[in-house]
Design a protein around this ligand. Structure first.
Ligand code: ADP
Length: 420
């Protein structure tokens, strides 16, 4: 195996987002949950190691990222990609700066770029300022994020506060002129002692112009957007083969623990389409009822006839009332454990096509199913591909992990149709 791109992502659904973009650009991609201990699947162009390092202490994030780097270097990765969020989610202490710097030190490189630009998702960078949709980052709601409030939209300043390396800018006037101009600008910044340059990009064309200029850069740091311009550097073009997964079979189910507006619509749509659906009562779990066993008993006679849905998804009023009774974290953890047990039980009943809704819920289900690696397949909706994994006992499972606000209203039915 020649591993072309070795990627380190600072969270789980962000890793899938990057993997999805690489597959669409023609790479065969495996995503691993944490630094893999098992041998990697053969015949892949890129590996995305999913960490959970976005908001942990900088020293820990650095240590985990370096462990991932060593593993990817051990696989012969020709280029390393550090992936963070397209809203540059970071605490004042890090971790984008500290991790970038540690990777540079470990790789002995004196220059890299940084850009969260992802125009497909309305994240654009202009003169170093990050826009989310029509507004600056600090007016987008991100200024109120509970863990990573982003109050300064100027990425040069934000990153400079997190790193000892000098931070510079490759602005849009340069990017618009193409790869040669970008290379020249990189040379000039290097000569000025700049170690990391924020790069402007307001369109996919900008990212595709940036790609060739990064061909010889050992380390790239970015959101998932830059990935669309890299596979061509390795002679790879988009192809249907990149997203090919084993043929799907077995029973079908959806487990939904997300309470986002989009997921609420998707649950309603599934029910209105006449498919069987069971709501989970968090207060029942708290009272000691074996809710998972009840749900599995409910599903058993129905599931032979087509997909079933088990959901804790509820509107915000109901969720808040449960949270007031049980505590926010306690309610979340309890529901996650139950949904994970249900996912496990459904797979034991013969489910081989499973949709999971919710970022944290996905993490819990993947863990309960003992999944270490996901082969990335075709996109269902932006940011959500079908994946294939080996579960305990060696069976193959098609699994889609949908983070809260992704997907059209008919996602839960559409997903299965796509596998046919
Ligand atoms: P999203 O991707 O939409 O944020 P997550 O799965 O990441 O979804 O987060 C949803 C959280 O809400 C999880 O911790 C889940 O266990 C919890 N949860 C789900 N349903 C309920 C409910 N009915 N009441 C309280 N908490 C819930």
């Amino acid at each position: 195996m020649t591993l072309l791109l070795g990627c380190i992502a600072d969270d789980f659904t962000g890793a899938t987002d990057l993997a999805n973009n690489l597959v669409r650009a023609g790479m065969r991609v495996v995503q691993t949950i944490g630094v893999p201990s098992a041998p990697l699947a053969a015949d892949v162009d890129a590996v995305v190691v999913a960490l959970k390092s976005r908001t942990i202490a900088p020293a820990q994030a650095v240590a985990q990222s370096l462990e991932a780097l060593r593993r990817l270097q051990g696989e012969g990765a020709r280029q390393i990609y550090f992936k963070y969020c397209s809203t540059f989610d970071s605490t004042p202490a890090g971790n984008i700066g500290p991790v970038s710097e540690a990777l540079m030190d470990a790789m002995g490189c004196d220059f890299t770029i940084a850009t969260p630009a992802f125009p497909d998702n309305k994240r654009t960078v202009f003169k170093g300022y990050l826009f989310a949709g029509e507004v600056l980052l600090n007016e987008s709601g991100m200024q109120n994020h509970p863990l990573t409030p982003m109050t300064d939209p100027n990425l040069v300043r934000v990153l400079q506060a997190q790193t000892r390396r000098k931070v510079g800018l490759i602005d849009h006037a340069v990017v618009a002129r193409g790869p040669e101009a970008i290379r020249e600008r990189i040379g000039a910044l290097r000569a000025e002692g700049v170690g990391i340059a924020i790069v402007d990009a307001v369109s996919n064309d900008d990212l595709l112009r940036l790609g060739p200029a990064l061909a010889d850069m050992p380390l790239v740091t970015a959101g998932s957007g830059v990935a669309i311009g890299l596979p061509a550097n390795f002679g790879i073009a988009p192809s249907a083969g990149a997203s090919a997964l084993p043929v799907a079979g077995g029973l079908r189910a959806v487990v939904s623990g997300s309470c986002s507006l989009a997921t609420n619509r998707q649950v309603r749509h599934f029910i209105e389409s006449g498919r069987p659906a069971l709501a989970i009562d968090p207060l029942g779990i708290a009272e000691g009822v074996d809710v998972a066993a009840e749900a599995l008993a409910w599903a058993a006679p129905l599931i032979e006839d087509g997909p079933v849905l088990v959901y804790s998804t509820a509107a915000s009023g109901a969720v808040q009332s449960v949270q007031r009774r049980l505590g926010v974290e306690e309610a979340g953890a309890m529901v996650e454990r139950t949904m994970a047990a249900i996912a496990r039980g459904l797979v034991a009943q013969g489910v081989r096509q499973l949709v999971v809704a919710g970022g944290e819920t996905s993490g819990a289900c993947v863990q309960a199913l003992g999944i270490g690696q996901l082969q990335i397949g075709a996109q269902i909706d932006p940011g959500v591909p079908w994946c294939h994994a080996q579960v305990e006992g060696g069976a193959g499972l098609h699994i889609a992990l949908k983070s809260g606000n992704f997907g059209t209203d008919d996602f839960f039915t559409k997903a299965f149709t796509l596998l046919e």
